[in-house]
Ligand binder design. Sequence first.
Ligand code: GEK
Length: 255
Amino acid sequence: MKQDTLFANPQPLVDFTFDDAVADVFPDMIRRSVPGYETIIALLGGLAKHYAQEGSTIYDLGCSLGAATLSMYSQTRATSHLKYICIDNSEAMVKRCQSRLMRHMPETDLHVICESIEDSAIENASIVVINFTLQFLSTESRLALLEKVYQGLRPNGILILSEKLVFSDDQQNQQQIDWHHTFKRANGYSDMEVSQKRKALENVLIPDTYEVHITRLQQAGFENAYQWFQAFNFTSIIAIKSPLISPPPKISSNK
Ligand code: GEK
């Protein structure tokens, strides 16, 4: 695994982008930067095993190098006629994801697509994963994406939404940020790396509160949405589309 040293030297402030340099060191970068990332990836496999429906599609929106899809694939191989669709708008990520997944998922109905997830069609899905990607969309476009996901899910299908959080209580918010930075330093990042990366992400990654996420998921149609994982200011939420409820039988009036 190539080590992430992208912010190790002083550099002019430029907004963070998912370019070739980032894609090259991405597995190391995300593992050392996002507390709980590896646990979420591992546990996604088990969730997928539980919720994958025969003949359905599993979507990985903002797939980067396909870690979530690989984990889900490893546990859903027994489910017949599954299709896997991975989408990312970074060419650098998609190129690497495509060759990685083709190596590890041979003879699978797999599609790796380079486009914005705002433009993607979601159809016949039993599982949709948005692992640390909604936070990179403009706040105004987030509800429309979740509505589209809800519409594209089968009954009993799930959305797994992982995000960095902000907290409405200032003191708690600062504490969580401090703990996160301590986590990064313990993983070998210097104060300069932590501070330069934070500034580069400031206009690019806009976190919401947990309450905003749950309200937005409810607005999108999910009757059932709650947190299943949290590590400091990083969370993962499961949102379940309820089974179709058949209308009550008509009562005939036999007078
Ligand atoms: C993982 N899920 O390893 N459309 C498509 N992709 C986008 C968009 C967009 N509008 N905006 C950003 N991205 C992955 C990790 S990383 C999280 C996800 C992080 C993509 C972007 O190119 C990048 O690959 C990914 O979202 C975010 O489980 O780096 O913190």
